[in-house]
Each structure stands twice: as C-alpha cells, then as structure tokens.
Design a protein around this ligand. Structure first.
Ligand code: G6D
Length: 360
C-alpha cells in the first residue's frame, strides 16, 4: 500500500488544490483531491491485467469549478433536489438556495460541498488499509440550511482493492442532510464515452418518478418496464426506448428504492450494507459491485454530458458514463413517505458505500 500526495493545481482565485493517490497491491488505485473531496481517477485492472481508469475527471481543478456536473465530487449538504427550495422543520419555514432555474435546490445550492476545499489527512487504518480523511464545516445558514455541521468523508482502499467511502456528520441543530459521491463511471474506460452496451443490475423493485421539472412524484414498480434491472441487461435497453419515464429527463435520472433484494454484507464486522448495483463490461471484463446502507440510489445516465474535455483531452459525450449516487430520495425534507433525511444532535449522520471490483 502507498499514498502519494501532490500539488494538483491552483484555482483562479489562488486557492491551491492537493491530490492524493492510494495504490493497492492488487493494482487498484484511486486519486482523490481536497477540492470537493472529489474522486479524480479510479484505475482498475481489466481481464488482461491492464489498468483502466473507469471514472471521468479533469486535468485541472479549475475545470471542476467551471464545468457543472459535480464530476467525481462529494455532494452536500443535501444531494438531490428540494422542491421550491423550501422545507419546514419543527414548525419553522426555511428558504434555501434555488440554484436550479431559480425554482429549486439542487445538490446543496449555489456553492455546495463540491466547490469547497476540504481539510485533509492521509494515513492508514488499524487493519493496514490506506485512507484519506477529508473534513469540512458547513456553517449555520450556509445556502439557507440550519445548523453548524462538521462533516468527515473517508476514502479507504484495502490491499485487495476494495474502495469504501464513509460519510460522517454531526450537526448542532436539526437539518436535512444527504451526502453522496457523484462519480461518472464507464467500465470500458472513461475515454470510451459510451455506456449503452455495458450491463447493469439494480436491486430495486421500484423507483421514484419525476415530472418535467425533475421534481419527484410517486413510486412506480419496475415490473414489466425498461427500468426493471433486477436481472442484468444492457443499459441501452432502457435508454433507447420511448418509455415515458425515460422521455421526461432524456434518459435515466431516477432514484431507485434499494430494498436489499440483491443480497447483504456485514462490512468491517458491524456495518450492514446491501448490494445495490452491479455494473459489468464485456469488453474489459471489469465488474463493479456497489454496496451501501443508503436507502436510495439516484441513477443518472449522463444525459447532460458533453461540451467539455476530460483528462487527456477526451471529448465528453452524452451518456458517456453513468452516475450511481447513494443517498436519500429527492425532496425528502418535504415528504413523509420516504426515510427521514433529518439529522441533528440526537441523530448523527453516518453512511457507507463500498465498491468491490472483479473481472469476469
Ligand atoms: C442533472 O438531473 C441531473 C442530476 O441528477 C445530476 O446530478 C446533474 O445533472 C449533474 O441536473
């Protein structure tokens, strides 16, 4: 195991950005940076033992600020949308940033966690795995959210190539919270910019519909629909249909109800996780299993990708990669039919997502 720390670049406002690369004996390596506690690259051996970088990213930190898309970033204070930028908590009304079309809050507001430079600390876990800890304090009133929140995000890479991301947060007032990672995956290698032939399994019996303003509506069963990924199938089988739920956002951009039907694991002996998603590339043989304790998985098929150049000058293409954002359902602060996203002094935030890689 090894951790390399390096200067990644400077933002236009002069802030310096640092990157850390963790390498496992099995070949898996991950580079993360303190801007947005962001995953910049994730190299995984393919069936021939050749490393493939399976996440999109940029060559400079400024491109992460300039380009929307939350590429690889830790998203918060509340990942996903909050309708009308409003919620009521303990009888008090809160108006939060309406950063999407001036109508609703998306991914934490105008300047969410993805655009902050986090404090960082590299080191090893007791069990010998490498880990990078990122810390950020979100102040009371930031983007309109109540309470001071101390956030810790830990990226942990074990010798056998298992990548874990742990999200921990303590708030001094009740506040909505939902933290996630917004990486764009392509198991053929990010430079291929086409996911349609890659195979996907989503262990969910239902998903939440959205209206034409991306606001959540109601739950729908996946049975007999293109969103039934309970058995592995090509992503394109859902994308290239005139299914009404595909037509609205122009692809997949929906939150699936992770119900444990895909199997469970006890991570580090005491953290129960469920297998939520499996993605597989026939070309590279790379298989990625995602386990999480989050109740919802936002699946976004990169419908708005394009017009930018990724690492090494790779042109971004529409639906060139796919995001799996474990977290809470859209508009949860205003819904009573979904798990509560309200945390505070009596309910600290804790969530774990584990990415396991293999070849087939
Ligand atoms: C679009 O609707 C999608 C979001 O789900 C995604 O996170 C964002 O693009 C990057 O707004």
């Amino acid at each position: 195991m090894s951790i390399e720390k390096k200067f990644f670049g400077k933002l236009s406002d002069g802030r310096e950005v640092t990157a850390f690369t963790m390498k496992a004996e099995c070949g898996v390596s991950v580079t993360v940076m303190d801007l947005g506690a962001t995953m910049v690259s994730l190299n995984v051996p393919d069936k021939n033992g050749e490393l493939k970088d399976i996440v999109c990213g940029y060559d400079s930190p400024e491109e992460y600020i300039k380009n929307d898309g939350y590429t690889g970033a830790t998203v918060g204070r509340y990942a996903n949308r909050i309708d009308k930028g409003h919620f009521t908590l303990d009888g008090k009304d809160y108006e939060i940033s309406k950063n999407e079309d001036g109508k609703r809050t998306l991914h934490g507001g105008f300047c969410g966690f993805d655009k902050k430079i986090w404090r960082s600390e590299a080191g090893q876990c007791g069990c010998g795995a490498d880990r990078i800890k990122f810390y950020y304090t979100s102040e009371d009133g930031e983007e309109g959210f109540p309470g001071n929140v101390d956030v810790t995000v830990v990226y942990r890479l074990s010798a056998d190539g298992e990548l874990a991301i742990r999200y921990l947060a303590e708030a001094d007032k009740m506040t909505p919270m939902a933290l996630t990672n917004h990486s764009y995956f392509n198991l053929d290698g990010y430079e291929k910019q086409d996911i349609s032939r890659q195979l996907l399994t989503i262990n969910a019996n239902r998903f939440m519909g959205i209206d034409d303003e991306s606001i959540s509506t109601e739950f729908f069963d996946v049975q007999d629909t293109p969103f039934d990924f309970r058995k592995e199938k090509q992503i394109g089988k859902a994308l290239f249909t005139n299914y009404e739920h595909v037509m609205i956002p122009g692809g997949i951009d929906h939150s699936f109800d992770i119900d444990g039907t895909g199997g469970k694991m006890l991570w580090k002996h005491d953290i129960p996780l469920v297998k939520s998603v499996t993605m597989r590339s026939k070309e590279t043989g790379i298989v990625m299993d995602i386990y999480t304790d989050a109740p919802a998985m936002q699946v976004y098929s990169g419908n708005h990708m394009g017009g930018v150049k990724y690492k090494g000058g790779v042109e971004a293409k529409k639906q060139g990669a796919i995001c799996f954002e474990p977290g809470y359902f859209p508009n949860s602060p205003n819904r009573t039919d979904v798990p509560s996203c309200i945390f505070g002094p009596d309910r600290p935030y804790s969530s774990t997502t584990v990415y396991k890689f293999s070849v087939k």
